[in-house]
Structures are given as structure tokens and as C-alpha cells.
Design a protein around this ligand. Structure first.
Ligand code: SF4
Length: 283
């Protein structure tokens, strides 16, 4: 029995309660068999029309921020347009920075207009030895105030989702996760990020991925997914496949804020987490 299968079979009452909160029933007369079915019996959903995401992208075309090497089974995607960025505005030598240097560079960055309205930069959180990375889109109001990604109700749901797969932002290594956003500063009034803002900020994320070298990236929300994959396709057409970003396997899923508004899709999110566990194990 694989580690993941063993993990699923060993789901305790607390984890079952988390899955129940996600809308996923895993208990049955034979607990182990039912828990196993939670991962192995949940078929990957076929492509479906994409519901409205937490942050619609109607005004901001997603951007290819780095080369993406699709898995063999991944069909051709419509590539996003790469906007021009001005590297002279960014701190120099990002690709050589260590964690502290990168954090300081982000804290002082004025490479795009978003620096004018920020309260705090949102660099990222979690153990830098964690073998999973979660990538979201951009700070919201609470994240800007606290300087932390994924806070508030959406952050609490993310924490429960991570706990359901045996991880937490306080955990380390195989029990940990590092969480970062594509953008480090809050767009005013939660408006859509602009392509040039993404292009200016992208080298910070690239450096974070390069230093982490995670076994898996979980991309959450349409904006983050499309940015990482350089695609304009909706999440419904990108789920259920293993993509690549900077050579790292990427599994995509819905943003927790979307799941709070659309709890019926928590089952799909659980299927995505199962794919993530399988992918990380195989890596
Ligand atoms: Fe710099 Fe990124 Fe903040 Fe823009 S969003 S000012 S590029 S850290």
C-alpha cells in the first residue's frame, strides 16, 4: 500500500470532519475502504464551463511568466500574450538572491504602480524546506493589512484543505507548505492585476520556486493558474492534468474564496488534492 493510500486509510475523525466541511463524505461502514474511495473513487471531472472566479479577468489578459512544459497528455493550449516589462525598474540580481535578500527586495520594490497603495508587501509564508507550494493570485485587503497570504475565511478554508492532506503552513518538509502569490502587492480596490504588473513581479515568484524546488505546486484560482501556465483557458479545462512551471509539476484547483461561494465544487477540489498527492508521490 502506498504512503498516500495508507494516509487516506488512516484518516482520523478530525480529518473526516474537515472533508465533511469541504463537502466530501468519506465515511462508510468500512472506514478504510471508504477513505480510499475518497481519492481513488472520485473521477476527475471533464471540462466544464468555468464559473465566475473570485477575481474576474475580463480586463487583464493572463500572462506567460515562464516556460511551461506540458505533460504528454495535456492538449495544446491557447497561449497568453507576454507583455513588455522594464527590468530596470526592478531590484537587480533577483535570480541570485537568498531568501532574506529576496524578502528585502520585495519589501522595497517600486517596480510597478502597486507599491503606491500597499500597506504591506505579501512575500509569502511557510517553511522554505516544504515540498509543496501553493500559489495564489494577489493580496486582498486583509492580506495587505497583515502582510500574509490567504487570511480570513478563504485562508481558513485553505488551512482545512491542507490539514486534510496532512499539511499546514506551520509544518515542515513533507508536512509543510510554502504559500505565495503571483503579485506581492495589493491591486487597489481588488481590481484585476494588469499584465505589466504581473510581468514586473514575476521574477520574484520565479526565484521563490527556484529556491524551494518543491515537489509540487498547487495553483489556486483562475488568475494564478492562467499566469503560471501561460494559458487563457478556464480552470475547468485545465483541471485533472499535471502541468509544469519552472520544471515543477503543477496541479490546478479552485480558489478557496470561490469554493466558499460554490461549495458544490469542493468535491472537485478534493479530487484535485488527491491528484496533487499522487503527483507529489510519483515525483
Ligand atoms: Fe514590485 Fe511586485 Fe509590488 Fe509591483 S507588485 S511593486 S513588481 S513587489
Amino acid at each position: 500500500m502506498s504512503e498516500r493510500r495508507s494516509f487516506v486509510a488512516d484518516l482520523d475523525a478530525r480529518q473526516r470532519a474537515m472533508l465533511a466541511e469541504m463537502g466530501v463524505r468519506v465515511w462508510a461502514p468500512k472506514a478504510s475502504a471508504a477513505a480510499e474511495a475518497a481519492c481513488t473513487g472520485e473521477p476527475v471531472q471533464p471540462a466544464q464551463p468555468e464559473p465566475a472566479p473570485p477575481r474576474p479577468l475580463a480586463q487583464a489578459a493572463p500572462v506567460r511568466v515562464a516556460p511551461s512544459t506540458p505533460a504528454a497528455a495535456v492538449p495544446p493550449r491557447e497561449a497568453a500574450v507576454v507583455p513588455a516589462a522594464d527590468p530596470a525598474l526592478r531590484p537587480q540580481g533577483i535570480d541570485q538572491m537568498d531568501w532574506e535578500g529576496l524578502r528585502q527586495a520585495v519589501a522595497g520594490c517600486q517596480a510597478c504602480p502597486l507599491h503606491r497603495g500597499r500597506t504591506n508587501t505579501v512575500f509569502g509564508t511557510g517553511d522554505v524546506s516544504a515540498d509543496w507550494m501553493v500559489v495564489g493570485e494577489a493580496p486582498g485587503e486583509n492580506e495587505d493589512l497583515q502582510g500574509e497570504p490567504f487570511v480570513g475565511a478563504a485562508g481558513q478554508l485553505l488551512d482545512r484543505m491542507l490539514q486534510a492532506v496532512g499539511r499546514s503552513r506551520q509544518g515542515q518538509g513533507a508536512q509543510g507548505v510554502y504559500i505565495a502569490n503571483v503579485l506581492k502587492c495589493r491591486p487597489p480596490a481588488n481590481r484585476n492585476p494588469q499584465p505589466t504588473e504581473i510581468a514586473q513581479c514575476e521574477p520574484f515568484l520565479v526565484r521563490q520556486v527556484a529556491m524551494l524546488r518543491p515537489r509540487l505546486i498547487l495553483a489556486m484560482g483562475r488568475f494564478a493558474v492562467q499566469t503560471l501556465l501561460g494559458s487563457t483557458e478556464p480552470i475547468g479545462r485545465l483541471r485533472g492534468q499535471v502541468h509544469r512551471y519552472q520544471g515543477v509539476p503543477v496541479v490546478v484547483t479552485y480558489h478557496p474564496a470561490y469554493l466558499l461561494r460554490n461549495p458544490i465544487d469542493k468535491r472537485k477540489a478534493w479530487a484535485d488534492l488527491c491528484l496533487a498527492m499522487d503527483t507529489a508521490e510519483a515525483g
